[in-house]
Ligand binder design. Structure first.
Ligand SMILES: [Zn+2]
Length: 234
């Protein structure tokens, strides 16, 4: 299994029998996503969408006739996904399973869902969607519909729920958003304190790659068992 980073919050799991595309918004500069899709042969193609926001969803995915669409309920509704398409709509608590994978939909501090995917060989992948501790000290207009304390409480309760379900995860794709300034690692830090994470991949970076990669150093010092993967490579 290979995990490719595309752009912003988009990743592709490439396995022998399938591709799983998470939160496709834009391809990378080299057109990697489209190349993987075009060259997939008879591999099954999955698109997972965590929520309807523009930076997590591209309607182009509806054009792949043979794809399995695993869409959060709000995406179906807000993006008016045609009922004729054979999509699967997911709410927190829902589960999808087939011969290759099991996907569990979990809560998010923002809209939609986050997801825990378990592959048939037991490998686990968590994609946060917009689940994060959105602790905006400044730029409050960016996000907050609740107080910072409420935000933090909600986030911690979601992480604890996750901890009960799966205290260890192999691959974690999680927001490290430079717009949060000094608090950009707050959610990641809290996540890592609760969930043993083998490989951590920052996302939701708006293309601000260098800042985000530099910030990982602080996490590396604290969580020595975790491999922090810089954006840019695969
Ligand atoms: Zn987002």
């Amino acid at each position: 299994m290979k995990l490719h980073y595309i752009y912003h919050s988009c990743f592709v799991v490439e396995a022998d029998a399938y591709l799983i595309v998470y939160d496709y918004w834009r391809d990378n500069g080299e057109g990697l996503l489209h190349r993987l899709i075009e060259e997939r042969g008879d591999k099954r193609l999955y698109f997972v969408v965590s929520h309807f926001h523009e930076d997590h969803y591209n309607p182009e995915i509806l054009g792949y006739g043979d794809a399995r669409l695993l869409l959060s309920y709000d995406t179906v509704k807000r993006r008016r996904v045609p009922k004729l398409l054979p999509f699967i709509s997911l709410r927190p608590g829902d589960e999808y399973e087939d011969e290759y994978l099991k996907l569990q939909a979990l809560r998010s501090t923002d809209v939609g869902i986050s997801t825990l995917t378990t592959l048939s060989d037991g490998t686990t992948l968590y994609h946060a969607g917009d689940n994060n501790n959105w602790y905006f000290l400044e730029n409050e207009e960016e996000h907050i519909r609740c107080s910072l304390d409420e935000m933090e409480g909600l986030f911690i309760s979601i992480v604890r729920e996750m901890q009960k379900m799966s205290p260890e995860v192999d691959h974690v794709m999680f927001p490290v958003d430079p717009r949060l300034g000094n608090e950009m690692l707050r959610g990641a830090f809290q996540w890592l304190r609760h969930i043993r994470t083998a490989h951590f991949y920052p996302m939701h970076c708006w293309g601000r790659r260098d800042e985000v990669n530099r910030s990982l150093e602080q996490l590396r010092e604290l969580f020595r068992e975790t491999d922090f993967v810089e954006i840019g490579g695969e």
